[in-house]
Design a protein around this ligand. Structure first.
Ligand SMILES: [Zn+2]
Length: 177
């Protein structure tokens, strides 16, 4: 059973979303998309036809996209801060990072883009329930909502298949760090 997905590009070749190959075939049948690249050596057999399995398709018509809203999540905060502790300025892998509330929750600090930063476990423990000022631990940058994240993060792609790499370059490096 084939389980591959299809990357959908905008008319301007920007990654838009990931759909099942069945959905991609359907969009193709309705002439909404054109095939850009097929999954190598994978075919779909119907009663009297054989189709290549779509890996990348592109919207045929221009289509206005709603501005992408970047969802607040642990993973997205780490990406925004480039996996770097905002107190000691060192880079860590995701499993040793923590989220720190700049204004601690005990003092009414909210879990929002502008009050949450990436911190290593050591800095987080040292800061405790204090503000950066109280703890004398200045932030390397003021947190805010990011206007941009790599396409892989926006689309929720953890692992980039080789056939998609031409459209997701630059993003693939961050997905493994
Ligand atoms: Zn640190």
């Amino acid at each position: 059973m084939v389980s591959e997905n299809t990357l959908v590009l905008s008319q301007g070749y920007q990654p838009l979303k990931v759909v099942s190959w069945q959905r991609a075939i359907c969009m193709s049948y309705l002439r909404k998309v054109e095939l850009i690249r097929a999954h190598p050596e994978q075919f779909i057999h119907t009663v009297d036809e054989v189709f290549p399995l779509p890996a990348v398709v592109r919207l045929v018509h221009h289509h206005r996209h709603a501005p992408l809203s970047i969802r607040f999540s642990r993973h997205h905060v780490y990406l925004r801060d480039a996996h770097t502790c905002q107190y000691c300025d060192e880079k860590f892998s995701e499993h040793v990072l923590t989220l720190d509330h700049v204004v601690p929750r005990a003092h009414g600090g909210k879990t929002t883009w502008d009050n949450v930063v990436t911190a290593c476990g050591r800095c987080n423990r040292r800061k405790k329930n204090r503000t950066p000022h109280e703890a004398r631990m200045p932030l390397r940058s003021m947190p805010r909502k990011p206007s941009w994240l790599p396409a892989t993060a926006r689309l929720g792609i953890r692992c980039v298949p080789e056939v998609w790499q031409d459209w997701l370059t630059g993003a693939s490096a961050t997905s493994n760090s």
